[in-house]
Design a binder for this molecule. Sequence first.
Ligand code: ADP
Length: 190
Amino acid sequence: MTVTRLLLLGPPGSGKGTQAEILARRLGIPQIATGDMLRAAVDAGSAVGRQAQGFMDRGELVPDDVVIGVAEARLMEPDAVKGFILDGFPRTPAQAEALDAMLERLRVSLECCLALHVDEEELVARLLRRAQIEGRSDDNEQTIRTRMQVYREKTQPLVDYYDRRGVLREVEGDGDIGEVASRIEEALRR
Ligand code: ADP
């Protein structure tokens, strides 16, 4: 059976965006990346963008109600009927509960939560490299440390949350993109 409703959990720099994109293409389902959607909202100068910008620049989480609204609207779009890969949502227990409620309304369930694990020093090094290449405004050392801390405090507990649901599959995220993609494929076959 092919998994078609999944979420990727991992700290900033763990490669979850890259892997979500690869998997979305392979499975033919949309990647739902709240970070990308929020950055687009900021660029467009929309109401959501104006609410999100300050938090994003500081490396803090955008308030739950704003992000939940963005994720819900996207999940309700017709292409998500065939499945989805959530990338960067949920990031807090309140968001995870909101997701449960959305999926219940859609009468579907989450089949798999892939958790990517990467050593923290490696993460910081990767993000600093990305900062030089892409120039993302939240990729500076101070913001990176804040995002790591926020991840540990707010998002890490979701690993247990999905473990208790019996949908967790853990994957080592070190190594190059192809290696991690193969590990994910293998984890999905387990
Ligand atoms: P990264 O995983 O490298 O931090 P993302 O693109 O996923 O990158 O997120 C960038 C920023 O967007 C986050 O630091 C946060 O401010 C905001 N953001 C994205 N998704 C969420 C979410 N689910 N809840 C709150 N804030 C979010």
